[in-house]
Design a protein. Structure first.
Length: 132
């Protein structure tokens, strides 16, 4: 604390002694700020509860294809677009645009679902992005 007061006194002296070279000089004033407490506030565990209750978009990528626009325009009902994956291969699961898992397509009642097969680590995601 004494070091802080000494530094403040030196700064004040330097400011007072600084010659005014021109009209563009800056006026410096000492600010009297309250000290902050170093203690952590309670209830930090409740912050994760906010995330647990939030929803985020999840999307699934079945595969990809590169097609000329001319061929796309010729497609109609009943046309088949061949993807780069084989039947039964895992699909990619994305959370907010970031691939985080792979899974298998399943039928749940009248809906299609994904059975999660693997949660990807950060290292796996980086390896995949370097290959592509």
């Amino acid at each position: 604390m004494a070091d802080t007061q000494t530094a403040e006194a030196e700064t004040t002296e330097q400011t007072e002694q600084a010659p005014e070279a021109n009209d563009d000089s800056v006026q410096v004033q000492e600010a009297d700020l309250p000290e902050s407490a170093d203690k952590l506030t309670g209830g930090g565990n409740g912050q994760i509860d906010i995330l647990l209750e939030s929803t985020m978009p999840v999307s699934v990528q079945l595969g990809q294809a590169s097609v000329q626009v001319q061929k796309l325009l010729q497609m109609g009902p009943g046309s088949v677009l061949k993807l780069d994956r084989k039947a039964g291969e895992p699909v990619d699961v994305f959370l907010r645009g970031t691939k985080f898992a792979t899974g298998q397509l399943v039928v749940v009642g009248e809906h299609i679902g994904i059975r999660i097969k693997e949660i990807l680590s950060t290292e796996t995601e980086q390896d995949d992005s370097e290959e592509g």
